[in-house]
Structures are given as structure tokens and as C-alpha cells.
Design a binder for this molecule. Structure first.
Ligand code: BDR
Ligand code: CA
Length: 312
């Protein structure tokens, strides 16, 4: 079983990633840590509690982390995920009274978990603020972490929040550089690959055919999430970014890419948060990251459906 910490900012695709991981008995979720990103921290924590409540996994401990990036002002994505970060067309999800956030801070949870266990995989699907703070607080954790598989960045693709930058990295580029320079093995699930994992009505209906309440929530989440992509890009499909991280944890053979140097622009306002990837090996900088750029998306969605059929 792979021990992971999910570091999230739910977010529709984060929510699907949580459900995907929770359904997989190959994965041991040590805890879910939340960060401000798609919405403010108050919302991302509530949304994580809601998703775990919905799938009857109130045994999963949830921790609140950073409410703002290290140096910059928080930018949210309410234009994609709605004002509360997880608007959808289904019934409101009720969190049981006794299911509360843990008192421990997310950063302390990450530090303590990584000091006590060797071989944890960190799975960030939001801005990297919590992970960077954990590294700054206890640099020794870098030797114990198996790898960081993160959703963020764009190597050869244009940005989705500015022409140059992907949202998660743009929100906290300084945190990203701390993580990328940490020498922890990195796997980047950037827009290069997540834009090949496209969810449309055919896929949504296929998952809905499972007939459980989680498949209905999937439909309700994707219905809202796809409004932005339909209106902005006049397309019938939307990239399912964050679940790619869990897909990789479950079966990395579905994905391909190559090792390259990865560094983030943190000075220029024009290209702030751009992931500069040395794909053509034109520098002598160390190859610090497996940059994923392709995926077998048919089998990815097959795996997602298999796991969703195990949920309530
Ligand atoms: C990333 O930004 C967020 O809106 C999504 O949850 C995903 O993590 C995609 O750029
Ligand atoms: Ca996210």
C-alpha cells in the first residue's frame, strides 16, 4: 500500500481526486491537508470535509493549512469552481456534526508524518504553499519523502491563468521553487498531460451508469465544472487535471514523459509562475523532475470508473 498525503484546494477536480484515492485500496491516505487556491481556505477545508462525508470516509483526517501564498496575494479560481469552490447541481452535502477539522496545522501534520514514516508520497493538487512551508520548517523531511507527484505547471503548453502560467504554480511561484529545489524526486502532471484527459458527456454518462450516489455526484460536479470550459472555449470537453495525480500513483505505466530541469519564474510580472522546463536539454541544470506529457486516457478513464464503482 502506498502511503500518501493529499494536499488539496477543492475544487471540482480535487474533489474527484479525493474520491478516486479514497476508493483505491492500493492507497493509504494518511491525511488530507488543505490550502487556499481555487477558493479561500475556509471553503477548501469545508469542501474536503463535504467530499469525505459524502463517501462515508469520515475516518480520513483533514487539516487546515496556509490561507495565503508565501509572498503574493491570494488569487482564486471562482470563475471555474464557483464562489464556494465546489458549486454543483446536486443536493447540498451535509457534514456530520462530529466530523471536524483536526486541530493540528497541516504543515505540522506533513512534517510529523514525514519524520515518523519513511517513503511517503506527497500528492499536491493545489498551490505548493503547505509543502514549501513543511520543507522550510523541517528540512530533514526531504530525505524521507518517496516522491512528490503534483498537478501544476505547463512545459510546452500555454498557461491557463495567464498566457505563461498554470494556475497552481502562478498562485504561489515562490513555494513552487522551494519544492522544486528541494531535491525530493518530482513528477509533474502539468497541462501538457491533463489537457489530454478530457471529460465529456460520453465519459460522464459512462460513469453515471455505475448507478451509485458517487457517480451522480461526479456528474453534478462535472456539469458545473464544464460550464466555464464550454463558455470560454466553446468546447464540449474539460480537462480533468487533479485526478491524473492519483492515476499516476495507481498505474504510472498509463503516463509517459521525460526527466528535465524544472524551475519557476518568480520575478517577471509578465511571466510570473511560468514553469521553465529544459525539455531540449539546452542548459546544464540538473534534471530534477519527471515531466509527464502523455497519457493513455482511455485506460485512465477505465481505471477511474472501476474505482468509482467501489464507492457508495
Ligand atoms: C489546477 O487549477 C485548479 O483550478 C484545478 O483544481 C487544478 O488543480 C489546473 O490548473
Ligand atoms: Ca486543484
Amino acid at each position: 500500500m502506498k502511503k500518501i498525503i493529499l494536499d488539496v484546494d477543492p475544487g471540482h477536480d480535487d474533489a474527484v481526486a479525493i474520491m478516486f484515492a479514497a476508493a483505491s485500496n492500493e492507497i493509504d491516505i494518511l491525511g488530507i491537508t488543505c490550502v487556499a487556491g481555487n477558493s479561500i481556505l475556509e471553503n477548501t477545508t469545508q469542501n474536503a470535509l463535504k467530499i469525505c462525508s459524502f463517501i462515508d470516509r469520515t475516518d480520513i483526517n483533514i487539516y487546515a493549512g496556509s490561507n495565503k501564498p508565501l509572498k503574493r496575494k491570494l488569487v482564486t479560481a471562482s470563475h471555474v469552481h464557483g464562489e464556494n469552490g465546489l458549486e454543483h447541481s446536486g443536493d447540498e452535502i451535509i457534514i456530520p456534526n462530529k466530523y471536524k477539522l483536526q486541530e493540528k496545522d497541516a504543515v505540522d501534520f506533513i512534517v510529523d508524518s514525514c519524520m515518523q514514516n519513511k517513503g511517503i508520497t506527497l500528492c499536491p493538487t493545489g498551490p505548493l504553499t503547505n509543502i514549501a512551508k513543511a520543507i522550510l520548517k523541517e528540512p530533514h523531511i526531504v530525505n524521507n519523502i518517496n516522491e512528490i507527484v503534483f498537478m501544476g505547471g505547463a512545459a510546452m503548453t500555454l498557461g491557463n491563468i495567464t498566457p505563461a502560467a498554470e494556475f497552481n504554480i502562478y498562485v504561489d511561484p515562490h513555494a513552487a521553487n522551494i519544492v522544486f529545489n528541494s531535491q525530493i524526486p518530482l513528477v509533474m502532471m502539468g497541462l501538457d498531460v491533463t489537457h489530454k484527459v478530457l471529460v465529456d458527456d460520453t465519459i460522464t454518462n459512462d460513469i453515471l451508469s455505475i448507478g451509485n450516489k458517487s457517480s451522480k455526484l461526479f456528474r453534478d460536479l462535472i456539469n458545473f465544472y464544464s460550464i466555464f470550459h464550454k463558455e470560454k472555449y466553446n468546447t464540449t470537453s474539460s480537462p480533468l487535471h487533479d485526478p491524473c495525480v492519483i492515476g499516476y500513483i495507481l498505474n504510472n505505466k498509463l503516463f509517459s514523459g521525460k526527466k528535465a530541469n524544472l524551475i519557476v519564474e518568480e520575478n517577471s510580472e509578465l511571466t510570473m509562475g511560468k514553469t521553465v522546463v529544459d525539455w531540449l536539454e539546452v542548459s546544464t541544470r540538473t534534471k530534477n523532475c519527471l515531466v509527464v506529457n502523455d497519457v493513455d486516457s482511455d485506460n485512465f478513464f477505465k481505471l477511474l470508473k472501476d474505482k468509482f464503482s467501489l464507492l457508495p
